[in-house]
Design a protein around this ligand. Sequence first.
Ligand SMILES: [Zn+2]
Length: 478
Amino acid sequence: MEKQTFIQTVGEAARKDMEKSGVLASLTIAQAILESGWGTSELAQNANALFGIKADGRWSGKTYSKETQECYDGVNYTTVTALFRAYSSWDESIADHSAFLHTGNRYAAVIGEKDYKTACYAIKAAGYATAPDYAEKLISLIESYGLTAYDGDMQKEETIMSNSSLVTYTNISSHKNSPRNHAIDTITIHCIVGQWTAKQGCDYFATTDRECSANYVVGKDGSIGLSVDEKDRSWCSSNAANDNRAITIEVASDTKEPYAVTGAAYNALLNLVTDICKRNGIKKLVWSTNKSDRVNHRNGCNMTVHRDFANKSCPGTYLYERHGEIAAEVNKRLNAGTGTENPAGGSAMYYVQAGAFSKKENAEAHAKALKAAGFDTMLKTFGGLYKVQTGAYSVKANADAQVKALKATGFDAFVTTDGGSAAPTPSYIEYTVKKGDSLWAIAEKLLGDGSRYTEIKALSGLTSDTIYAGNVLKVPAK
Ligand SMILES: [Zn+2]
């Protein structure tokens, strides 16, 4: 039999078998070539056995006895007589080869493996053959004869069908359109308005009458839930076109501004977004604080927010202000994976600064004026100054455009790569004691819990429970 005829015959059978067994066709063909000497071996000819699988106590079918060479110490080969499994056809031999790999957990790393090199090393590592260079021989055969052509469907299926392997809980919602009508090229992060787990979020979307869902839910504990397959369009951002091209992610959050999320949720979100970008070929996340950049995907902008499409504050100030940081961190991780250092500006962020003030009140007043003129603002602290920034961009052209717009409106501004850090929101409010007040009553009124008067006492530096009208107390903000 010609080599090409052998590859076609075994290849077709291996491809069909792969659909059922998950054993990569190229691996099966290469093993068949190697072990049967292109179908010329004594076992292949006399026992229809393409693979030298031994007939141990588990085997109840036909057998064939033959001398074989084994290498037990990695160096020396010994000749032994062994009993092998025999079949009535090569197809049967291929099917039994897969059944053999499915026995027990020994070959678990081989089943479903889509990368031929990984599969070859995995089958050797699991002890399938004793020859030290078994994996390299298989890889050489796959590459020399282009055997991955028989893996085609399996690879295609992966690019169309895949969801994140980081998912810890799955409950698919019926609130979706299947399949989505646009390639995935956008990330839309939401706040779910509740400190939920991924399970709570997915279960909600699977059972509620409200027409809402998301591709993923990130829980307060860092759990990650799948509610709508990536191949499908979720009902999440009040905009069909956006949800058809975006992976939507609901993140567990507080129920009030700034809708803060836990550190565990934030970390899980970064991991999830990185994974989504990797699998969907999104090479770089581009964020802009300019809504028009976002909704028009200008200059490669590929992050949108719910507030772009509906009169909502979603994703809340906490996550909204971190979108630049999320893009920078994810891009850093994406670049680290490819070994490319900061291509074309990479993960650097460009901030538009529109004023620096030593007094917070002045910075706030300036931010208010900018807001009134239609600019989004962020208050940052750096070097003892309060800086007002109106944007964070991963593309410098977008930052330059924002500066131009500010100057046209009469504000001075410039581009900086210094992000500073978000100005801390005060952790307390001040309360002036009125006649008749008691610490307990103030705690009850402002914190909803009289027993929290101890926090007011500690924060205000009081040594006794006695307070006087006119005293200024510090009361925790929450
Ligand atoms: Zn939302």
